[in-house]
Design a binder for this molecule. Structure first.
Ligand SMILES: [Zn+2]
Length: 235
């Protein structure tokens, strides 16, 4: 089994000051075997880190679509921000990548008993509570994604993690876990312990057998991102 943090940022993101060297140090300190580098609207840092060969990296991008944020994993070309969710999903899949919805419920509180939707003759009808949370949470989008990020260390309510797991279950999707680290010490706070993989397809199979886990970061961690925005130097 290998330990993988599936969502984190480097100084190539506008709101993060962590150098690529520090990402490697942080990942080693956290006992990780692999990282998905998912900077906002760029893959430059992920490519650099992967090509440096010091640490195992999945090239990803947290893409700001017109409908909300989507993560593409195992991509090799930048997906431009600002496209619709469905167009963005196509662009990720056209290059053999996988699509994840990070923090699908945002900062909203969902109890494990919140009604999420129902399977009506093989078609899932989402509940109002889910649909009004984000423009990404439509039947059309959820039918086309590969995974949902159930555990994100920066989300506020742990009960939300359980609710996302249940939504993923409704669609038969595996769940991912990521620290969403914007500072070195957050790296590895969420991770999936999973069988090893060689490509996108075997990753998805391995993820289904994975054990996601996470520690929630304190709310004060968001001040780190604000500070990074102000103090950040280009890297
Ligand atoms: Zn993020």
């Amino acid at each position: 089994m290998i330990a993988v943090d599936l969502h984190l940022h480097t100084c190539h993101s506008y709101d993060c000051a962590t150098s690529l060297n520090d990402v490697v140090t942080g990942a080693q300190r956290a006992g990780l075997d692999c990282l998905a580098v998912t900077d906002h609207n760029t893959i430059a840092g992920a490519l650099k880190l992967r090509d440096a060969g010091e640490f195992r990296v999945i090239v990803g991008e947290e893409i700001g679509t017109a409908d909300g944020e989507i993560i593409g994993l195992f991509i090799s070309e930048l997906v431009p921000p600002g496209l619709s969710a469905l167009e963005t999903i196509d662009r990720v899949k056209d290059q053999g990548g996988l699509v994840c919805i990070p923090h699908p419920f945002g900062r909203r509180y969902f109890s494990p008993s919140t009604e999420l939707g129902a399977n009506e003759d093989g078609r899932i009808r989402l509940s109002k509570a889910v649909r009004r949370t984000s423009r990404l949470l439509t039947e059309e989008v959820l039918e086309r994604v590969d995974m949902l990020e159930a555990i994100n260390s920066r989300t506020v309510f742990k009960s939300t993690w359980t609710a996302i797991g249940k939504l993923a279950n409704l669609y038969g999707l595996p769940v991912s876990a990521g620290s969403d680290a914007h500072t070195v010490r957050e790296i590895g706070r969420s991770r999936v312990l999973m069988p090893d993989f060689t490509d996108a397809r075997s990753f998805l199979e391995a993820l289904r057998k994975g054990q996601p886990s996470g520690i929630a970061s304190s709310l004060f961690i968001h001040f780190g991102s604000i500070y990074a925005r102000i103090s950040r130097k280009p890297c």
